[in-house]
Design a binder for this molecule. Sequence first.
Ligand SMILES: C[S@@+](CC[C@H](N)C(=O)[O-])C[C@H]1O[C@@H](n2cnc3c(N)ncnc32)[C@H](O)[C@@H]1O
Length: 214
Amino acid sequence: MGLPGKTRGKSGQWAARQQRDPYVKQARQLGFRSRAAFKLAQIDRQYRLLKADSIIVDLGSAPGGWSQYAANQVHAANQVVAVDCLVMQVIDKVQFIHGDFTQTAVTAQIAAALARHGGRADVVLSDMAPNISGIRSADQARAAELQHAIVQFCRHSLKPDGQLLSKLFVGETTADLRAQLSAEFAQVRTVKPPASRPQSKEIYLLARGYHGAA
Ligand SMILES: C[S@@+](CC[C@H](N)C(=O)[O-])C[C@H]1O[C@@H](n2cnc3c(N)ncnc32)[C@H](O)[C@@H]1O
């Protein structure tokens, strides 16, 4: 029997929540490496992001739920280029690049992978979150830096009319980021799929119709 609620530590609460979570159970049944796969699946079903011929970059891909889902949508090998600081186990049809996507050496590897497909991606996905220090201002600044790096990345890696789906946590810099994306994409919307826990500040910005900076 589990510990009574009041004496459960944070890890106990996490384990209990995981046990109750229908998406965790479903992910296990379907062989997805993370419940996060359902967030992408739900967004994709609603907004039709991924096509059989899409070239997709999955930033912050480990353990691999999004990459697994994306690989199921495309028809050929290496159409999904996945990147993470952590090692990710092999997924069929996915080319994995190990490293921090903000590092030049890693960007060069992504560019080499995209060169096989004409040099740019149709879709950039990011489920990344920066490490949290607990100091609010520092965490906000890091989150903004990461989003800024994603926008920069789109400038040299996304096709005209391409799409970006990027996770962020609602905060002081959200409006700025939205404005920045609105200047470079035809349409930006906020998406909160059912699999994203309602109590979480996590949202996704879906930016479509990339046209670049003026
Ligand atoms: C929430 S997890 C992604 C889960 C994934 N979408 C899935 O479905 O399994 C976020 C990942 O982003 C990665 N990450 C964070 N910052 C990164 C960076 N600058 N470059 C590469 N990966 C990064 C972390 O290592 C972590 O594995």
